[in-house]
Structures are given as structure tokens and as C-alpha cells.
Ligand binder design. Sequence first.
Ligand SMILES: Cc1cc2nc3c(=O)[nH]c(=O)nc-3n(C[C@H](O)[C@H](O)[C@H](O)COP(=O)(O)OP(=O)(O)OC[C@H]3O[C@@H](n4cnc5c(N)ncnc54)[C@H](O)[C@@H]3O)c2cc1C
Length: 283
Amino acid sequence: MQYFLSATLNELLLVLDSESNSEIIAGGTDLVIIMEESGKRPEKLIDITNIKELIGIKEEKFGISIGAVTTIAKLAANNSLPCCLRSGAASIGSPQIRNVGTIGGNICNASPSGDTLTPLICLNADLLLQSTKGERLISTEQFFLGPKKTVLKKNEVLSEIRIGNRYLSGSSGFRMIGQRNGQVISQVNLAVWLKRSAESGLIEEIRIAAGSVAPTPIRIIEAEEMLCGTNPGAKLIFQAARSVQACITPINDVRSTAEYRQDVIIGLFSDIMSQILKEPQSC
Ligand SMILES: Cc1cc2nc3c(=O)[nH]c(=O)nc-3n(C[C@H](O)[C@H](O)[C@H](O)COP(=O)(O)OP(=O)(O)OC[C@H]3O[C@@H](n4cnc5c(N)ncnc54)[C@H](O)[C@@H]3O)c2cc1C
């Protein structure tokens, strides 16, 4: 196996174009484990952690741009990002994992339980995919095809994550449940973003996404429709939580049973909703 340290985005795109059996590595916190467990190695491992264009969080006219090689620790510590994304990042692994793991790696690894994925879906974030042929912008919601499967082509890199100004305002929250506090992957995670009308206080728009409950992270449109245009009390929140529960199709796996996931999502949803409605700015 050859190791290639890319210095620029341009150089990376050329290498990706010319090498058929190559694999991008960022923090390596998913990939190294996969390589060790499978015993398989790509011919060329392309390290992208030196590409400055892909690192950092910047304010832009459209909103916020996050370079794909920005570490999870930097996301968790950035107060200009919405609460759900900061909380999702903060819940990942341990400080060691957060210091090397990247947001691009979390997205491209496409685990249904990835803790930044539901926040990004709620925030209607777009992903910028680049290759020597050009670039395309795709919504996070459309990026995932199944566990470890995405629309990313072999010669493409995820370079940037974009969150629009509308989704930087409003309130949001994230909850995950795992078997213990540190180093644990979610059994279920849930993110909610909502915006209330300044005049009436009614919910103007709401986005709900759940992870580890289906082959990809999913949006729960039925519950969104139930809550939009309302100022929900406990009864309506519980009905919406039931509708979240009805939309998910979890499986039994090493981390949890399907039944547990079905039960626990009711409490996670009610908890996030009461936090957002009572203390919109808390995180
Ligand atoms: C002990 C431990 C605990 C963990 N806990 C959690 C947790 O609680 N929650 C959670 O969500 N995850 C967890 N993880 C998984 C992992 O740390 C995260 O998914 C992390 O964000 C992956 O980022 P990375 O930079 O290390 O990715 P890498 O391992 O470098 O890459 C992962 C995959 O993405 C591809 N890739 C990476 N960057 C790009 C890019 N820019 N463009 C195209 N393809 C790319 C790689 O080719 C590879 O296929 C844990 C892992 C460990 C080892």
C-alpha cells in the first residue's frame, strides 16, 4: 500500500482521478478500524489532513461553511454553530477521537448512527462534492443510500458543508442514547430544529431527523407536519412523539434491540421539544 499526503485540493482531485484503487483517509478513526477488521488495503491511501482549503469554519454570505477536514472537536467548541450540531459533535467518542475525527469522515462513513448526520439533515445542510470534472451540491438528506453507502463517486471528495442563514437562526437540540457515557456509539439519536413566528409564536417550520433507526438517518415528515403552525403543549408533543415512533424501522443489533429503540425515542423527542420550547437559546 502506498501512502500519499495531498498538499492541495487540486492535487487531491488529480490523484483521485488517476488512481482506481485509492481511498481517502482523514482522521482514520473509522477507516483504520475497517482496514484492520477486513484485512483489506487500498493500493493508495490518500491523506487529506494537510489540505488547508478543507479545514475551518467560515462565515459566508449564504451562512456558514465548514471544511470537510474540520475536526469534530472544533465543531463542538464553535458557538456560531447551531446547538444540535455542537451537541451532536460533543457526543462523539472521547476527546482523543474528537481531536482527530473529522466531520467529512463522519458523513462519508455513512453509519446510520453517525452523530453529526441528524443535526445536518435538520439544518438542511448542503454538501459540496468536487472532482476534476466539476462540482455538485447535494442536500445531506439525499446523500445517504444505505449503511456505508452514499452517492459519492470514486473520483469525488466531500470538500465543504454549507448551512444557510435561515437554519442558523431558530432553535435546535440533539439527544442520543448509548450504553454508557464515553466512547459509545448511539443506540438512537435524534435532532430537531425549529423556527417560531416572531408575531404569533407558532412554529413556522420544523425539521426532525432520527439516526440508528433505519438503514440511513431519516427525516420524520409526519411529525413535522403535525407540529407546524402550532404552539404545542404536552399532549400534542406526545402525539408527535408517537408519530416519530411509528415512522422508524429499527433493527436488533449488537448495540440495542429494536424494541428498546422504539420505546426510547418517545422520551428523547419529548425531552428535546420541551428544552427547545422552554429555553430556546440554551444548549
Ligand atoms: C472509539 C470510537 C468511538 C467512536 N464514537 C463515535 C460516536 O460516538 N459517534 C459517531 O458518530 N462516531 C463515532 N466514532 C466513529 C468516528 O470517530 C467518526 O465517524 C469520525 O467522525 C470519522 O472521521 P475520520 O476523519 O476519522 O474518518 P476516516 O476514518 O478518515 O474516514 C471515514 C470514511 O470516510 C471517507 N472520507 C473521509 N473524509 C472524506 C472526504 N472529505 N471526502 C470523501 N470521503 C471521505 C474515508 O475514505 C472513509 O471511507 C467512533 C470511533 C471510535 C474508534
